[in-house]
Design a protein around this ligand. Structure first.
Ligand code: CP
Ligand code: NVA
Length: 322
């Protein structure tokens, strides 16, 4: 965080604690940097934070599959002394028509927090607006803020979270790239998106991020040539081409094939380039096994860091004095 230091002295940070974590849009640059520094402390000195969630009941409601988000939150809550309740989405009354508003009101009578993974981002917002408890977005079609927060932490660990970083996201632009674009432009870091025009960032998020980038004096480059996009990159990041809930599309796979992260693409990047992927990977589609398992890959460190970053988020949202 060479150029991005903030003064973390307790009385110097002007952080107004938020109720929810729905999108990084709601979090300031300083709040994001504070969470990153908390994640680093937690990773180093786990035991100090051992009972920060004591007496807290946090439920998880997932309408989509998950390995990392579900597991890392469950382990994080247990290691912080809290109680995690895994809700089976199909057995709740919501599936029989009880409204989200009514369910949210009831959840608020029992729980301290709710982690949701679902389709429409609006659903997460409705839960947050209709309950007094903390709601965390564990991924929607539009955003994946827990992933982006954790990825910033990994980039910092790699020693690359600095103004000169050349970061290239390539492939399909969806929830993960939206959250990364927001995070980068909030922090004043440049981001290059290598994509086919048809599958680029959505207009609304792009306009929002252009505005942020102007304020933070950073750049968002959208490039449709994959080799130009990764030229000299320190980090190449990709995500699946067919996201959960999206229809399989041969046309889309063909359209994106030039953006596959393979050894030919890596040859255009910085020789020490690191490769990131939120996972799960579709080996042989957006990334080759050779790259995923190769020496440039940072994906397993990236996956582990979901645990530490999520603990930081939980401590910040649910514990006094953080
Ligand atoms: N990256 C990520 O969110 O993984 P899961 O879908 O396994 O939770
Ligand atoms: N874009 C992917 C991310 C998975 C973590 C999806 O939504 O399926």
């Amino acid at each position: 965080m060479k150029d991005l230091k903030i003064d973390l002295g307790a009385d110097k940070i002007k952080i107004e604690k938020k109720k929810d974590f729905l999108t990084l849009k709601d979090y300031s640059r300083d709040e994001i940097l504070y969470l990153l520094s908390l994640a680093a402390d937690i990773k180093k000195e786990k035991e100090i934070f051992g009972d920060r969630l004591k007496g807290r009941n946090i439920a998880m409601l997932f309408d989509k599959h998950s390995t990392r988000t579900r597991l890392s939150f469950e382990v994080a809550i247990a290691q912080l002394g809290g109680n995690c309740i895994n809700l089976d989405a199909s057995s709740l009354q919501i599936k029989r028509g009880e409204t989200i508003q009514d369910s949210a009101r009831v959840f608020g009578r029992y729980l301290d927090g709710l982690i949701i993974r679902t389709f429409a981002h609006e659903t997460v917002q409705v839960f947050a607006d209709n309950s007094n408890i903390t709601v965390i977005n564990g991924l929607t079609d539009k955003y994946h803020p827990c992933q982006a927060l954790s990825d910033l932490f990994t980039i910092d660990e790699l020693g690359l979270l600095e103004k000169e970083l050349k970061f290239a996201y390539v492939g399909d632009c969806k929830n993960v790239s939206n959250s990364l674009m927001i995070a980068f432009s909030k922090l004043g870091l440049n981001i290059t998106i290598g994509c086919s025009p048809k599958y680029g960032p959505n207009y609304e998020t792009l306009q929002y991020c252009y505005q942020l980038a102007e304020e933070s004096k950073s750049r968002i480059n959208i490039i449709d040539n994959p080799f130009e996009a990764v030229a000299g990159a320190d980090i190449i990041y990709t995500d699946v081409w067919i996201s959960m809930g999206d229809k399989d599309s041969e046309e889309k796979i063909n359209e994106l094939s030039a953006f596959q992260v393979n050894s030919k693409l890596l040859a255009y990047a910085n020789p020490g380039v690191k490769v990131m992927h939120c996972l799960p990977a579709h080996r042989g589609q957006e990334i080759t096994s050779e790259v995923l398992d190769g020496s440039h890959s940072a994906v397993w460190q990236q996956a582990e860091n979901r645990l530490h970053a999520q603990k930081a988020l939980l401590v910040y949202l649910f514990s006094e004095n953080f």
